[in-house]
Ligand binder design. Structure first.
Ligand code: PGA
Length: 242
């Protein structure tokens, strides 16, 4: 079985002291190439210096305009960043990112050679009113409409109601929705090996259960990626599953 990818989305959780502790605890124990850390931008150089694969949590919508406070994909690529999270639900809800903005971010990232991790997922209300399929279809097809190289990106299925709540869908629900995402993306372009991750309250406590889902290529981990011991446990569990 292929080794699963683990992406740590450390959000804005850590201080510089936390980062120093995390790096100290993890650096000699991490022996997997499939681990990517997305720290706060200000800490990227610390991770790069230690040889981590890193990603941004967000990107400017184009490389051309002046955007105070943003980082362009070109800038990121030049310092060794390889990945970027696009369309995270916190950006969709707090910064009103719509599909047009997300599409633009995907394009600019791909043009610079970054691998985008496109996040999609339904809210609890949408789930309870049986709109998951419609929501995933809209999110995917609208943001991918002008993208030629869908094979170059990673998709993360993150139900909004599972993010930061310690609640996860059942394995059956995740499986069904991942299969649905594969079908929807096929409407846009036929891709054999589309990489799809699951994200939302993944931790060392539920990874044994979640790893049973064969259709998952890896995990996008938020809160559980900021504490080294738990994060290493999670990585080990997946490694021993190969
Ligand atoms: P969580 O966050 O693991 O803390 O639920 C996941 C995410 O926001 O990507």
């Amino acid at each position: 079985m292929k080794e699963k990818i683990i992406i740590g989305n450390q959000k804005n959780y850590m201080t510089v002291k936390d980062v120093a502790v995390f790096l100290e605890e993890i650096k000699h124990k991490l022996d997997s190439n499939n681990v990517i850390i997305c720290p706060s931008n200000i800490y990227l150089p610390y991770y790069l210096k230690k040889g981590f694969k890193v990603g941004l949590q967000n990107i400017a919508p184009t490389d051309d305009n002046a955007y105070t406070g943003e980082i362009t994909s070109k800038q990121a690529k030049h310092i060794g960043v390889e990945y970027v999270i696009v369309g995270h639900s916190e950006r969709r809800s707090h910064f009103n990112e719509n599909s047009a903005v997300i599409e633009s971010k995907l394009k600019t990232a791909l043009n610079s050679g970054l691998i985008p991790i496109l996040c999609v997922g339904e809210t609890l209300e949408e789930k309870n009113t049986f709109q998951t399929k419609t929501v995933l279809t809209n999110q995917l097809l609208h943001s991918l409409s002008g993208i030629n190289h869908v094979d170059k990106l990673i998709i993360a299925y993150e139900p909004v109601w599972a993010i930061g709540t310690n609640i996860t869908p059942t394995n059956d629900e995740i499986k069904q929705n991942i299969l649905m995402i594969r079908e929807i993306v096929k409407e846009h372009s036929f891709i054999q090996n589309l990489i799809i991750l699951y994200g939302g309250s993944v931790s060392s406590h539920n990874i044994d259960e979640l790893k049973q889902i064969e259709q998952i290529d890896g995990f996008l981990v938020g809160k559980a990626s900021i504490e080294a011991t738990g994060f290493l446990t999670l990585i080990d569990v997946l490694k021993n599953n190969e």
